[in-house]
Design a protein. Structure first.
Length: 85
């Protein structure tokens, strides 16, 4: 009854479709721990050669600059990967 040939609208297509899409949040990975960093967190370090490192906390930033390897720290993903945990 609401179909109009010149407009090409049928009653079924006139209804708005409800589609649910999840909100996408852009996350980055910590260069040292490999944890996800959400917006508003972490700090970015740019080396003299232009290489960008993104750290989740100042603790991680400090460990990176002390040249302590992530593999030797039990709480990092690198240690877990190395020790098959």
């Amino acid at each position: 009854s609401s179909w109009h040939p010149s407009l090409g609208i049928s009653p079924r297509s006139a209804k708005p479709e409800t589609t649910f899409s999840a909100m996408v949040i852009k996350t980055e990975l910590c260069h040292f721990t490999e944890y996800r960093i959400y917006p508003g967190r972490g700090q970015r370090f740019i080396a003299k050669d232009g290489k960008v490192s993104f750290f989740i906390t100042s603790k991680v930033d400090s460990l990176f600059h002390q040249r302590i390897k992530a593999v030797k720290l039990r709480w990092t993903q690198a240690w877990r990967r190395m020790n098959k945990k």
